[in-house]
Design a protein around this ligand. Structure first.
Ligand code: GLN
Length: 189
């Protein structure tokens, strides 16, 4: 049985839990360091506010252990802010920030679509899935992928997902579209 740890310190974690449970997975919420001992074998990092999530992960003493688990090969799906946590490099408006986990060799730019295009929906072929619906909310873009990282798809010319071995990061919210295919792909990793 797949037991998925869903980071639940901030953001859109409940929607991920519903998607995963519909697909038959067991879910455990990760709210504090003790929750990292619950024996989950997959990890979801939801969307939300990456600066808040990053700060909480460090303050709650969860960042280092999660980084070790991912580096050791635990499958992880990071969506939107969750992708930002995974990214090795963040291009800010003014500076390059450090990230809480930094396990995925990509560069992301936060809030890449500007205020006017804060939220929008799109459909595109993605990671071998045809016409996947995507919801973007103050989304980042992936501006660069490192060697060994596979680009999974583009919308309007911008990279919206990347994968390296056990890590999948997407700039959109797959948990809000009602389409289970990306979560299924994650559970099959
Ligand atoms: N803009 C948010 C951030 O930088 C991400 C938005 C989201 O997760 N929907 O953290």
């Amino acid at each position: 049985m797949e037991k998925v740890g869903v980071l639940a310190v901030q953001g859109a974690f409940i929607e991920h839990e519903h998607c995963l449970e519909k697909l038959g997975a067991q879910v455990v919420e990760l709210r504090e360091a003790a929750d990292l001992q619950t024996g989950f074998n997959r990890l979801v990092l939801p969307g939300g506010e990456s600066t808040v999530q990053s700060k909480l992960l460090i303050e709650l003493g969860m960042a280092e252990r999660l980084r070790e688990m991912i580096t050791a090969g635990m499958p992880v799906l990071g969506t939107c802010a969750g992708l930002i946590l995974l990214a090795k490099r963040i291009m800010g408006k003014r500076s390059v920030d450090r990230t809480a986990l930094g396990t995925l060799d990509v560069t992301v730019e936060r809030n890449a679509y500007g205020r006017q295009l804060g939220s929008f929906n799109a459909r595109a072929d993605f990671a071998g899935m045809e016409d996947l619906p995507m919801t973007f909310i103050r989304a980042p873009r992936i501006s660069e992928v490192g060697p060994g990282v596979e680009e999974l798809g583009r919308v309007n010319g911008l990279i919206v997902g990347a994968r390296a071995a056990n890590q999948i990061g997407v700039t959109f919210h797959p948990e809000l579209t009602g389409d289970p295919r990306l979560h299924q792909m994650f559970l099959n990793l």
